[in-house]
Design a protein around this ligand. Sequence first.
Ligand code: TPP
Ligand code: MG
Length: 371
Amino acid sequence: MPLTEISSFSVSRLEILDSEGKVDPSLDPGLSNDELLKLHRLMCLGREADSRMLKLQRTGRLGTFPPTAGQEAVSVASTLAVRKSDWFTGAFRELPGRLARGQSFTQLLKFWAGHEEGAAVSMDDRTIPDNIVIASHVPQAVGIAYAMQLKGEDAVVLNFFGDGATSEGDFHEGLNFASVWKSPVIFIIQNNGWAISTPRAKQTNSATLAQKAIAYDMPGIIVDGNDALAVYTAVSEAAERARKGEGPTLIEAQTYRMGVHTTADDPTRYRSDEEVAEWAAKDPIVRFQRYLEDKGIWDADKQAALEEEIKVEVAASVAEFEGMEKIRPDTPFDHVFENTNPEMERQREIFLENIRAEFPEDLEGVGDAKA
Ligand SMILES: Cc1ncc(C[n+]2csc(CCOP(=O)(O)OP(=O)(O)O)c2C)c(N)n1
Ligand SMILES: [Mg+2]
């Protein structure tokens, strides 16, 4: 009986802009100047919005949230590579992509302030709110894609999640069925090397995350996630395949979160200053800016003017957010079931007792709790 090789595989990595911002002309996706400047503006907007959120949280004006600085290229370039009629399903580190998608910063602030309106998106926008339960939105994204197939629409679904999510059963179940049904999903792993304090090496023994696509017989590719052009190219190709009925793609975007996991985390306890410095030198925005300068369409004065304009825009959203009516801290209890029940009310009362004891100011001027 011969030993026959049934399958073999390789995994490729795409980088178009190096860390100095030098482009490989043979791979340049050829975006127009307007498209390039829009991409840059949205990455800068994401960075400023994120930094304002951090200040709001540190001064007690916003709840816990997961900062996105360092990961702007993945979500913005992916979003711009698909159409408005496609779907956007993210985890919780896609603030810049959400802004690129057209969600208002005020609404996103409401979301992180625990205001239910922040999660009330119109289905016409095809942009699903943040998903905190790791990987549970992967099968949901496949379900949306399958529905698009049944309805005969050519819409594709962007589905973002982190490296840690690839260890969850939901990830594998989602990929399996997307491939069986040839559903139009683009799975994008934001591989930032860490799942809170768990490093990538302790997450999986696989040499790459992209190779997990092989088992499900779909294309898997690694991209430099801090290179907006590489992300744009990989997502455009995946979208084109999906629209032709050729099924899903898995993209491993290698990136780094420059800040804390969430505002409740202290990363100095588990990662080194050297590692952070190494990634700071690969900043996706600085790199893109150099590329634009080399093309002769950008300079330091234009950058300063853009940053000023964005600061004003972000400040206006913050002012709108801060002007909104104060919400009762127990409103989440209103939204668990259509009709409340004794157990829910018992838990609400325990919650309110704790608030009364520790944060009585949160109950001032918000009216009575709903019974
Ligand atoms: C099912 C589930 N388990 C645990 C958690 C707690 N948790 C929140 S974020 C996180 C790590 C996620 O890591 P990764 O998927 O790499 O995303 P990143 O935070 O790096 O963007 C964990 C374990 C959760 N939210 N959901
Ligand atoms: Mg991670």
